[in-house]
Design a protein around this ligand. Structure first.
Ligand code: NAD
Length: 505
């Protein structure tokens, strides 16, 4: 293996502001798999325990600060993160494979999310009068304690800050388990954040999922887990969390359907939205479009327009400014895509592969896959029923709108869905019947769901929502404060009212 021309990066265990020594494992560039981008710590139980204890120690003082003071520290960190944004984007491209535009959005997410959640500080400390029948009462919200954040590799920085932002402004302390596939840019962002906060408020334990991740979910001092990743891992995390009754927030996989109604207009703008919605980050986004249902009268026209635009995508190293789509991030993802192609083919579907190889000579040196469109596919095929997480998309024809909705909803996934029509009001009526955390009309892609609206999934796509004050409240425990100004004033003591002190005054 060679080391790339850029400097080698390290993702260390970070506890109480100090790096702990551990064995390490390499992080490889998916665009050239013989290039080591850096090393990540192989943290385990011992490091998780140290980070959890540091988070416990730091908790009382951090929780006692007014939220405005926590916000001020978060804003300082956001400014510091702005200064390293372009380096971070380059590093994300080298570890995840995404093109630079996608990595820039990922890197920029850290500061943007810290600023957004800092802006909610006034709300965090707000106490409400409780409707008590006597005396006085309030409802306040208290932070929970140490919170674990476990993140996936596809958007490592932004998604981690989306989870830790609300937990932090709420007054919790945090231990992050970065994804072992792409831990480098995130670890750097966490170090920058930690430097602006009291020691122990942010800890980081890179390592393997079944070592560092499992230890964190089992640790008795962790009170809440914010997990983003696959449904299968989410289920394991919930089982582990049950042993110590931890609160959980789950952002899991999606198999988003897009319904193109008979009333839609197939034009270049629609085709472009679909190419972006399907092939962003090589199909490796939780709410990419993953199934397309199109009215039979528009099927051929849509497939032609969509395939024609997808054919213009240049696939190659994400650092190359001429590249529109990078490689798959993992070998496993690449193999899954090949398997889905072969299965579709074996079922008699039409598998059309398009696009341009940017560097044919080095094609086999990375996990590259050209955009692939599958038509005439059995609706029970794995490509339709499961999340593909790669640049291969099934397009299915329908005759009846209700039947299309039934198929769209006939799944355990429920992250997002979209309806497309030249008559948006009609599309809205259909979209309201989608069983999904987000219902889009005439759009369906990253960036279409702003931080101010709840984001998350129904059914097995998740539990709870990120974004907004609700995600902050979800990291807090409501406390009822009830005050009887005069004891003995409340009637209803029942038989206790008969009791009299033997001792007379
Ligand atoms: P994954 O479930 O394999 O891994 C996610 C994280 O969990 C990693 O950090 C991993 O190390 C850790 N992990 C693995 N085993 C663990 C265990 N036993 N205990 C604790 N932690 C463990 O997911 P991935 O492959 O990194 O990400 C892709 C998946 O994430 C896709 O399904 C995608 O849809 C989903 N995703 C969802 C959202 C969302 O917001 N809903 C966002 C991005 C990705």
């Amino acid at each position: 293996m060679t080391t790339g021309t850029d400097q080698t990066h390290v993702a260390p265990v970070l506890v109480g502001g100090e790096e702990l020594p551990t064995p390490t494992a390499p992080v490889v560039n998916p665009a050239r798999t013989d290039e080591v981008v850096g090393e990540h710590a192989l943290g385990g139980e011992k490091e998780v325990d140290a980070a959890a204890r540091a988070a416990v120690d730091a908790f009382p003082a951090w929780a006692a600060l007014p939220a405005a003071e926590r916000a001020a520290a978060m804003l300082r960190a956001a400014d510091a993160l702005d200064g390293i944004r372009e380096d971070q984007a380059r590093l994300i491209t080298r570890e995840v494979g995404k093109v630079m535009g996608e990595s820039r959005a990922d890197a920029a997410g850290a500061a943007a999310l810290l600023r957004y959640f800092a802006s909610l500080a006034d709300e965090v400390d707000r106490e409400e009068a409780a409707p008590v029948t006597f005396g006085r009462g309030w409802i306040r919200h208290l932070p929970m304690g140490p919170v674990a954040v476990i993140s996936p590799w596809n958007t490592p920085v932004l998604l981690t800050f989306m989870a830790l932002g609300p937990a932090l402004i709420a007054g919790n302390t945090i231990v992050v388990k970065p994804p072992e596939i792409a831990p480098l840019a995130l670890s750097r962002a966490l170090a920058v954040l930690a430097a602006e906060l009291p020691p122990g408020v942010i800890g980081s334990v890179p390592g393997l999922g079944d070592a560092a991740g499992a230890a964190l979910t089992a640790h008795p001092l962790i009170r809440r887990i914010l997990f983003t990743g696959s449904i299968a891992t989410g289920q394991q995390v919930m089982r582990s969390a049950a042993a110590t009754v931890k609160s959980v927030g789950m952002e899991l996989g999606g198999n988003d359907a897009a319904l193109i109604l008979e009333s839609a207009r197939i034009d270049e703008a629609l085709a472009r939205e679909f190419v972006a919605g399907v092939f962003a980050a090589s199909g490796q986004v939780c709410y990419n479009v993953k199934r397309v249902y199109v009215h039979r009268s528009l099927h051929d026209e849509f497939v032609e327009a969509f395939t024609d635009l997808a054919a213009q995508l240049t696939v190659g190293d994400g650092l190359d400014p001429h590249t529109a789509m990078g490689p798959l991030t993992t070998r496993e993802g690449w193999e899954r895509t090949q398997r889905l192609r072969a299965d579709s083919d074996a079922r008699g579907a039409k598998v059309t592969t398009v696009g341009v190889k940017r560097d044919p000579a080095n094609w086999d040196g990375g996990h590259f896959q050209l955009p692939t469109v599958v038509t005439g596919i059995d609706p029970h095929a794995e490509l339709v029923t499961n999340e593909q997480f790669g640049p291969i998309i099934p397009v299915l024809a329908f005759d009846d709108e209700d039947e299309a909705l039934r198929q769209a909803n006939d799944t355990e996934y429920g992250l997002a869905g979209s309806v497309w029509s030249a008559d948006p009001d009609h599309a809205l009526r259909v979209a309201r019947r989608l069983e999904a955390g987000t219902a889009f009309v005439n759009v369906h892609r990253v960036g279409a769901s702003p931080m101010s609206v709840p984001f998350g999934g129904v059914k097995q796509s998740g539990i709870g929502r990120t974004h907004g004050i609700d995600s902050v409240r979800a990291c807090m425990e409501p406390q009822a404060v009830v005050c009887a100004d005069d004891h003995g004033a409340l009637p209803g003591l029942g038989h206790f009212a008969q009791l009299r002190l033997r001792r007379q005054p």
